[in-house]
Design a protein around this ligand. Structure first.
Ligand code: NAD
Length: 358
C-alpha cells in the first residue's frame, strides 16, 4: 500500500526526534512492503520566521491532502514574546481545528523496565500503570470566546467554556468504545459542582452509558481526579474529559509514568486522518545536543500505523522493539537511572531500528 505522510518537524528537538522516527517507518515500509511518501512542511516558530505565520495555508492544505500527519514539536523562547500577534502554538490549534480533529488519545503507560523512573512508590505502582486519556480537543475554553476589557476602570480578561451536546456525545462515544476494547472502566472528569458546561457534560455521559451497559462509569471532579491519579493510579483505565482538564491531567499522567519523553499521542476526527505527535514540547534547553529521547515520537508513529492505516502488526513490532531496547538497559538522559547505559538520540534510534525485523 502507498501512504502519503505530512511531516512537520517543527522547532527545537522536533527535527531530531522526527529524523529517527522516519528511519523506523522506512524500515517498516521495506519489511512489510508499504510505501511511505513524506512531504515535509513548515509549522510553528520556523514557519513564523520563514512565512510570517505559524500555520501557512499550504501546510494546512497539504495536511488535508495526506493520509496522516507526523509532528515533532513547536515553540521556543525565541517566539515567546508577550503580546505577540503570532505564536508557534497557534499552529497546533489551527491544525486541530482546521482538520476537525476533536479527539486526543494519550496513553500513559509505565513500561516495566522504567519503573524506577516513576516518582511514585512501588507500593502505589504495583504491577504497572496503563491509562488512556481521551481528551476533547476542539471545543471548551481553548476555543470559546475570549477578550480583554476594562471593568469599572480595571483591566480585565475573560475566556469562555462552552460545550454543546453533540461535542460531548462524539468524544464520550470514543471514551466508551475505547473502554469496551480495554478494561471496560470509564472515568469521566468534570467540575459539575461549579460549572454549567460540566453539568451538561455529565448528563450526556450518563445518558450514553445506557448504550454501553458493560462499561462501569465513574464521575470525578477534576480536583479529585488530579489527586487520585497520584494516590491510586491503578483505579483508572480510560479517562474522558474536556479540553483544558485533559490537557492538565494527561501531563500529570505522563509524569507518573516516568518521562515526558516516552509518551505518544494521536489526534483524531471522524475519518482516518490524524496528527501523531509526542506529548512533549520542543525542549529548547536540550535542542541541538543530540540527547533528546525520540521514543515518544517513534511510539507516535506506531499509533499512526494502528489508527490511521490499520497496520496493527507493524505498530506492535515498533512497540515491542522499544520495550526490548529499554529491557537491554539503554537510556537517554531523561529516563536514566543507576546502572543503565546512557546514550543519545541517534544511538537509541538505531537500536530500535535494528530490532525492526519482520
Ligand atoms: P517541554 O516538553 O518542551 O520540556 C519540558 C522538560 O522536559 C524540559 O526539561 C525538556 O528538556 C524535557 N524534555 C521534553 N521532551 C524531551 C525529550 N524528548 N527527551 C528528553 N527530555 C525532554 O515543555 P516546555 O519546556 O514547557 O516547553 C518548551 C516549548 O515547547 C514551549 O515553547 C512550549 O510552548 C512548547 N510546547 C509545544 C508542544 C507541542 O508542540 N505539542 C507541547 C508542549 C510545549
Amino acid at each position: 500500500m502507498n501512504y502519503k505522510i505530512a511531516v512537520i518537524p517543527g522547532d527545537g528537538i522536533g527535527p531530531e526526534v522526527i529524523e529517527e522516527t522516519v528511519k523506523i517507518l522506512d524500515k517498516i515500509g521495506v519489511d512489510f512492503g508499504h510505501s511511505f511518501k513524506y512531504e515535509y512542511l513548515l509549522a510553528g516558530g520556523c514557519a513564523i520566521d520563514e512565512k510570517g505565520t505559524p500555520l501557512p495555508q499550504e501546510t494546512l492544505e497539504a495536511c488535508k491532502n495526506s493520509d496522516s500527519i507526523l509532528l515533532g514539536a513547536v515553540g521556543g523562547p525565541k517566539w515567546d514574546i508577550p503580546n505577540a500577534k503570532v505564536r508557534p502554538e497557534q499552529a497546533l490549534l489551527g491544525l486541530r481545528g482546521g482538520l476537525n480533529l476533536y479527539c486526543n488519545l494519550r496513553p500513559a503507560l509505565l513500561y516495566e523496565p522504567l519503573k524506577d523512573a516513576s516518582p511514585l512508590k512501588e507500593s502505589v505502582i504495583g504491577d504497572g500503570i496503563d491509562i488512556l486519556v481521551v481528551r476533547e480537543l476542539t471545543g471548551g475554553i481553548y476555543f470559546g470566546e475570549r477578550g480583554k476589557e476594562e471593568v469599572n476602570g480595571v483591566e480585565s480578561a475573560y475566556d469562555t467554556e462552552i460545550y454543546n451536546v453533540n461535542e460531548v456525545k462524539r468524544i464520550a462515544k470514543i471514551g466508551f468504545e475505547t473502554a469496551m476494547k480495554r478494561d471496560k472502566n470509564l472515568t469521566s472528569v468534570d467540575k459539575a459542582n461549579i460549572l454549567e458546561s460540566s453539568r451538561l457534560w455529565r448528563r450526556v455521559v450518563d445518558e450514553m452509558s445506557k448504550d454501553y451497559p458493560e462499561v462501569k462509569v465513574n464521575h470525578l471532579y477534576i480536583d479529585n481526579a488530579a489527586m487520585q491519579l497520584v494516590k491510586d493510579p491503578k483505579q483508572f483505565d480510560v479517562i474522558v474529559t474536556s479540553n483544558m482538564f485533559g490537557d492538565i491531567l494527561s501531563d500529570e499522567a505522563s509524569m507518573i509514568t516516568g518521562s515526558i519523553g516516552m509518551l505518544p499521542s494521536a489526534s483524531l476526527g471522524d475519518g482516518k486522518l490524524g496528527i501523531y505527535e509526542p506529548i512533549h514540547g520542543s525542549a529548547p534547553d536540550i535542542a541541538g545536543k543530540g540527547i533528546a529521547n525520540p521514543l515518544a515520537t517513534i511510539l507516535s508513529a506506531a499509533m499512526m500505523l494502528r489508527h490511521s492505516f490499520g497496520l496493527e502488526e507493524e505498530a506492535m513490532l515498533i512497540e515491542k522493539s522499544v520495550i526490548e531496547v529499554l529491557e537491554e538497559g539503554y537510556r537517554t538522559g531523561d529516563i536514566m537511572s543507576l546502572g543503565m547505559k546512557l546514550i543519545g538520540t541517534k544511538e537509541i534510534g538505531r537500536l530500535v531500528l535494528n530490532k525492526i525485523v519482520k
